[in-house]
Design a protein around this ligand. Structure first.
Ligand code: SF4
Ligand code: SF4
Length: 329
């Protein structure tokens, strides 16, 4: 069984399914969305953040590094900090252990199942009172189907509602099939319904995603759809019309749609991970809330339950548009 690293276990999460939830973020995703605001979950391997503002230029990390990745440099503000070249980094994490100011910190912890369950079950009374539970997210939990299944079954054994957040990417249908009886809610990201754009921009074909959705629909699994609205990628009238056409054909298969407007909250993480140059959305401004209004209205008119902002628990009726952010209709 492939065991994932965990980047975070977030308690009191309100945006990852109904009620109060604990969200477990697994590290590793086969898609490469250029706007990703959780870049620390893309690479399945352990990494480290370097936060220059905490660095005091002591050089302890240089002394322990076997790969010579770091050197001291004088900044324009007169401070001495580190210049890093991670290309030869061996991921030994000695520099993190040596750093006394937490300028370096590990991304991705190897936790065992017992540790994860203990943390996940700590808020069980809140789950019960709010209709919440645990959401397995990422990255993508379907990169680790056996682990996800085992975790979901253990949570179920304690009476915990389990959701997963996924792009439903696997090319083998049996991966999704294996989880159907053990997952209470599949929250599926549809990043585009344009096959060419999907493969060219994200680096993964659309076909297996739609085939997996059909599998979930046929099995009467509970499915919510997340639509991230991304400037210049899927925010044209044509994109919106395609979403409405597809989703309105599945009105009885989908419990709701959450529209997630693009935000640039992950920008600083790219810097701390040393991936500034690979972040294509640097400086791209957030969509105004009005941008997603036509999509929200059209989906609602088609009879779907819609939230904007992703607070799933706030609206589960087909007559309202729920609002994660303040939003005038
Ligand atoms: S993790 Fe990379 S940068 Fe840090 S000490 Fe090891 S080789 Fe050097
Ligand atoms: S050990 Fe930490 S504080 Fe010291 S130079 Fe390295 S990153 Fe900066």
């Amino acid at each position: 069984m492939k065991i994932p690293l965990v980047t975070e276990i977030q308690r009191f999460s309100l945006q990852d399914g109904p009620g109060i939830r604990t969200t477990i973020f697994l590290k590793g995703c086969p898609l490469s969305c250029p706007w990703c605001h959780n870049p620390e979950t893309q690479d399945p391997r352990q990494e480290f953040y370097y936060n220059q503002s905490r660095c005091v230029g002591c050089g302890r990390c240089i002394e322990v590094c076997p790969a010579g990745t770091s050197k001291l440099v004088k900044n324009s503000d007169g401070r001495t900090t580190i210049q890093l070249d991670r290309s030869n980094c061996q991921r030994c994490m000695r520099c993190v252990a040596a750093c006394l100011t937490e300028a370096r910190s590990i991304v991705g912890q190897a936790l065992n199942m017992e540790d994860i369950l203990r943390e996940a079950l700590a808020d069980e009374p809140f789950f019960r009172n709010s209709g919440g539970g645990v959401t397995i997210s990422g990255g993508d939990p379907l990169l680790y189907p056996e682990f996800t299944l085992q975790l979901a079954q253990s949570l179920h054994a304690s009476g915990i509602n389990v959701a997963i957040e996924t792009s439903c990417f696997p090319k083998l249908r049996k991966v999704v099939e294996s989880l159907i009886g053990s997952i209470d809610l599949f929250i599926v990201d549809i990043k585009s319904l344009n096959p060419q754009k999907h493969v060219e921009v994200i680096g993964w074909p659309l076909e297996p995603i739609l085939a997996n959705l059909e599998t979930l629909f046929a099995a009467r699994a509970k499915v919510r759809i997340h639509i991230p609205v991304i400037p210049g990628f899927n925010d044209t009238e044509d994109d919106f019309r395609t979403y409405v056409e597809y989703l309105s054909r599945h009105i009885d298969d989908i419990s709701g749609v959450d529209i997630l407007n693009y935000h640039c909250g992950g920008e600083g993480k790219y810097t701390s991970l040393g991936r500034d140059s690979s972040y294509q959305y640097k400086g791209v401004e957030e969509n105004p809330a009005e941008k997603v209004l036509p999509l929200a209205k059209a989906l609602k008119q088609a009879g779907l339950s819609v939230t904007v902002g992703g607070i799933v628990g706030i609206a589960d009726s087909k007559s309202e548009i729920g609002c994660g952010t303040v939003f005038g209709m």
